[in-house]
Design a protein around this ligand. Sequence first.
Ligand SMILES: Nc1nc2c(ncn2[C@@H]2O[C@H](COP(=O)(O)OP(=O)(O)OP(=O)(O)O)[C@@H](O)[C@H]2O)c(=O)[nH]1
Ligand SMILES: [Mg+2]
Length: 215
Amino acid sequence: MSENPASLNFHQARFCVSADKLHQCPDDSLAEVAFAGRSNAGKSSAINTLTQNGKLARTSKTPGRTQLINFFDLNIPGIRIVDLPGYGYAKVPIAMKTHWQKHLDAYLQHREALKGVVLVMDIRHPMKEFDEMLVSWCEKTGMPLHVLLTKSDKLTRGPAQSTLLKLTAQLRKRLGDGVTLQTFSALKKEGVDTLRARLSELLLPPQDAAQDDQA
Ligand SMILES: Nc1nc2c(ncn2[C@@H]2O[C@H](COP(=O)(O)OP(=O)(O)OP(=O)(O)O)[C@@H](O)[C@H]2O)c(=O)[nH]1
Ligand SMILES: [Mg+2]
């Protein structure tokens, strides 16, 4: 089968730049999707699993590992995925928290290339305060939102399946129809294809629209 030149190859992702402030971000041109969520939720691990590159985004058992906005180029120029600093890590000094929040807010509000947000939540502790804020912000602004319930491998005990069903039903109700939701495990590499498909939808222009334009 010949390769479609317009399809995304996540395993070709390369580090682009780390930014501390909005003006340090790369050109605000085509399309990017940002991975957001609380500290230690598993954002960087999800990016590494997605790209099949365990060393691409730095991960850590200690919350607060990612302290800058990290951009990764995909195989199509101008198309990127973005690893955001985790939110809500209690041990970070307040001045630093304020600094991050300010620049995160600026990024979310002003970045033209931002085409969607992946909200990463530890499946065992979903929808804390920051998650609520981000969901509300996406609702208010119409920003497409994909929810990744990660560390699903942690739900292994007997009632895990019913807990999961209850949880996803509750979340579905809160999130509304426009939001997509999936379970994921970086450890077991589960949910990767679903995530890739959703990212492709968000990052690539719709095929039909492209064909219409040519007609
Ligand atoms: N069991 C399991 N552990 C995971 C999974 N995803 C991440 N982890 C672990 O969770 C911890 C935090 O993962 P990170 O990917 O660094 O989390 P992060 O959201 O990027 O954290 P910050 O950069 O601090 O915001 C690490 O010890 C990972 O190995 C998963 O799917 N399953
Ligand atoms: Mg991280």
